[in-house]
Design a protein around this ligand. Structure first.
Ligand SMILES: [Zn+2]
Length: 113
């Protein structure tokens, strides 16, 4: 079973297919995939103060690649992907994928009915 990391973009996006809210808690597999909590604007993983755990040093100092894909779903179940971009090693930008950038093919965005 594949591992992933958790991502929190600064911007609140809406579903490009139906305009619905997106589920908080984006995931991605382009980073270290150690279940690390990434927050846009921070170079290193950010563990919430009340999380009840700390990271080993190798995980605490992990960094993201320059470009990485993250994904979530909307409240209506549509699959939504976005691209994060690091500048000087810090996650600075996030943009939703255009429809043509989705690799899952037709029907990937699910059924709106
Ligand atoms: Zn939707």
């Amino acid at each position: 079973m594949g591992m992933f990391d958790d991502y929190r973009p600064s911007e609140r996006f809406l579903c490009p297919w139906c305009g619905g809210s997106l589920i908080e808690g984006w995931q991605g597999q382009d980073g270290p995939c150690w279940l690390l909590p990434w927050v846009q604007g921070h170079r290193y993983p950010v563990v919430p103060p009340n999380a009840g755990y700390t990271l080993r040093e190798d995980k605490a100092t992990a960094v993201l690649p320059e470009l990485f894909v993250i994904y979530t779903t909307c409240v209506n179940g549509h699959w939504v992907e976005a691209e994060g971009q690091c500048i000087d090693g810090v996650w600075r930008r996030t943009r939703l994928f255009e429809e043509s950038e989705y690799t899952g093919g037709a029907g990937y965005k699910g059924d709106t009915d």
